[in-house]
Design a binder for this molecule. Structure first.
Ligand code: NDP
Length: 317
């Protein structure tokens, strides 16, 4: 395996937090290497209009916002690489990162690998991913023009997906497992007011129909109050049920909470047995289960990069 020069900092992840960290680290002349990971651009790259990022009064498309951040990071000297981590050794100094076909050494590490879409984990759902089951309305909505679609979830993601899908679908049924909606009032009001969106509360998906045909034909639903089952004929099911942090690779190396989020002190210092790990920083959704916003991810990315700079300075670089 070829061995690379030691980098001052390596950033894992190229979403909003990782790229903001890259901009700041690059402007400090640290020539950061950004490993883009499994989902380059992170969650913003599969969203539509972002209306709450300050500075864009009319909103900006998520992929465009991410593309701008990439350009900005590269302009100041960041290197972006389509690669992801196979394993990591934090006991070696500099840290040793295995990319499968290459070993990289890093004096500091910024973990910004974010969170990934959650699934219901029904066997029928898993069998039909890509055949009418999707977690990305922006990517796959187009394929269901004039069709009836179901969206699962009761948070802002589900509302956003349902509203977006009305562009293509003849009808969108939003299925929430309780009667309580986590979505913000503005999003909920918009979805409620949309003539193409129908709501089914207190309902769970028991099975996605169409496994044999390799094409979604409908959903077998259960009303949680009455226990009654019904069939909803739809051509697609989109998941909008939240995300899971991509922190599995760090299990045992740092403290994680019960859902797998990295526990941090002051938002950016991961700990092991409650003590900060020198040279390791985390930012964005992988350590933030409370806010999970593009702007808070960017904010903690900035903080992580500033801490890297301070750490390297204190260690004679
Ligand atoms: P949330 O955690 O807010 O909501 C997840 C939803 O999915 C809940 O309704 C939850 O139900 C449901 N759910 C979770 N697991 C299952 C399951 N196994 N089966 C059925 N339903 C399930 O996640 P979001 O992704 O919606 O939002 C995350 C954050 O991002 C929020 O802060 C949100 O405001 C923000 N966001 C903002 C947007 C915007 O401003 N345009 C767009 C999208 C997200 P239950 O309540 O029962 O747990």
């Amino acid at each position: 395996m070829p061995e690379n020069n030691t980098r001052d900092t390596v950033i894992l992840g190229s979403g909003c937090s990782g790229l903001t960290a890259a901009i700041y680290a690059a402007r400090s002349n640290l020539k950061p290497l950004v490993l883009e990971g499994h989902e380059p651009g992170g969650q913003l790259s599969i969203t539509t209009l972002v209306e709450n990022f300050p500075g864009w009064p009319d909103g900006i498309q998520g992929p465009e916002l991410i593309e701008n951040m990439k350009k900005q990071a590269v302009r100041f000297g960041a290197e972006l690489r389509m690669a992801h981590l196979t394993s990591i050794d934090l006991n070696k100094h500099p840290f040793e990162l295995n990319l499968g076909n290459e070993i990289i050494h890093a004096r500091t590490l910024i973990i910004a690998s974010g969170a990934s879409a959650r699934w219901l984990n029904l066997p029928s759902e898993q069998a039909l991913i890509g055949y009418g089951v999707s977690s990305c309305a922006t990517c796959d909505g187009f394929f269901f023009s004039g069709k009836e679609i179901a969206v699962i979830g009761g948070g802002d993601s589900a509302m956003e997906e349902a509203l977006f899908l009305t562009r293509f679908a003849s009808k969108v049924t939003l299925i929430n497992r309780t009667e309580h909606f986590r979505a913000s009032k503005i999003m909920l009001d918009r979805a409620f007011a949309h003539p193409k969106i129908k709501f089914l509360s207190n309902t769970t998906v028991e099975e996605v129909l169409g496994v044999e045909e390799k094409d979604v034909k409908g959903l077998r639903l259960k009303n949680r109050a009455s226990g009654e089952e019904s069939i909803l004929p739809v051509s697609a099911m989109f998941l909008g049920i939240g995300h899971t942090p991509n922190a599995l690779a760090f299990k045992g190396m740092m403290d994680l909470d019960e859902d797998g989020y990295i526990l941090t002190q002051n938002n950016v210092f991961p700990t092991l047995n409650g003590k900060p790990i020198p040279g390791v920083f985390a930012c964005g959704d992988i350590q933030d289960r409370r806010y999970r916003q593009a702007i808070t991810a960017a904010g903690s990315g900035c903080m992580a990069a500033l801490e890297v700079e301070k750490f390297l300075e204190e260690h004679g670089r």
